[in-house]
Write a protein that binds this ligand. Structure first.
Ligand code: SAM
Length: 265
């Protein structure tokens, strides 16, 4: 498994499409409601950072309408090749960890689950702030992976198996430069970056075996499989954990999605 610019889940992998589908099922309704609540609407010039499968970018393009525009970036934008055409939507390849953005123009910048993977996240954040117009809004949807209690366990030992596997997944992602508590660190980071009116709100729910959220765990385990074995898990344990995540008797708290926003003075 290779990482690009520190990103542990190589988007050239066959697993990336399934990951984006799962994320979109779990979190699009949350992101869309929050963005609507924060006043995203017609005429706004938007940047969607690390757009992944592109669902948020398309929603934004429809929301801002023909007088607005959306630029969506990704370090590996191939999963947006088949997006429904929108005249006000443009996709570019861009690495926020290393490359500058045009300065001073955007009314809204939104990123979901991107900066947690970018090891140079504070420099990236400063870049995003410079790319906002004065009065422009930055909105980050980020996980805090530190609190995902198992809620229901169908057999003895299954909670411990899930927890052990998940801890190993987190260890590999963290070693690639991710901050798996970034959701909880973002508020202070936005203040440090000079934004005003910083605020946050958190969303979490239960994920049953077989749900899109449980599939997200399965995809991560499958993609990191060889690395997890190197970390000491056996093939049999990984298979058991994958089966557990299909079992409706199992339930785990979702990753809390902490949305943090602020305004460029
Ligand atoms: C976990 S996925 C989230 C995708 C999408 N934002 C969503 O929530 O459905 C992270 C995305 O960030 C992109 N990414 C990772 N590092 C990046 C970087 N340095 N610059 C731009 N995009 C990056 C990945 O390619 C991937 O599409």
């Amino acid at each position: 498994m290779s990482g690009i610019s520190g990103y542990a889940f190589d988007n050239t992998s066959e697993h990336a499409g399934g990951r984006f589908d799962a994320l979109e099922s779990c979190y699009d309704p949350v992101s869309f409601a929050r963005l609507a609540d924060l006043g995203v609407g017609p005429g706004m010039r938007c940047l969607e950072l690390g757009g992944g499968g592109g669902s948020v970018a398309v929603w934004l393009a429809d929301r801002v309408g023909p007088t607005g525009s959306v630029l969506v970036t990704d370090i590996e934008p191939r999963w947006m090749d088949g997006l429904p055409g929108r005249a006000n939507l443009r996709v570019i390849r861009h690495d926020i960890g290393a490359e500058e953005l045009p300065e001073g123009g955007f009314d809204l910048i939104h990123a979901r689950l991107v900066l947690l993977h970018v090891s140079e996240r504070n420099a990236a954040l400063d870049r995003l702030v410079r790319a906002l117009r004065p009065g422009g809004l930055l909105v980050l949807d980020e996980f805090d992976c530190g609190w995902i209690p198992v809620l229901a366990s169908p057999s003895p030992g299954s909670a411990e198996l899930f927890e052990k596997t998940h801890e190993a997944v987190m260890g590999i992602i963290t070693a690639a430069g991710a901050d798996m508590r970034w959701g909880a660190h973002a508020y202070a980071a936005l203040r440090r970056a000079g934004l005003t009116d910083v605020a946050s709100a958190t969303y979490a729910e239960s994920w049953r075996g077989g749900s899109p959220g449980a599939r997200l765990h399965q995809i991560n385990i499958r993609q990191l499989g060889g690395r997890l074995v190197e970390e000491g898990l056996t093939e049999e344990q990984l298979e058991q954990c994958l089966r557990l995540l299909d079992d409706p008797g199992f339930a785990v708290n979702s990753y809390p999605l902490i949305t943090t926003w602020g305004v460029r003075p």
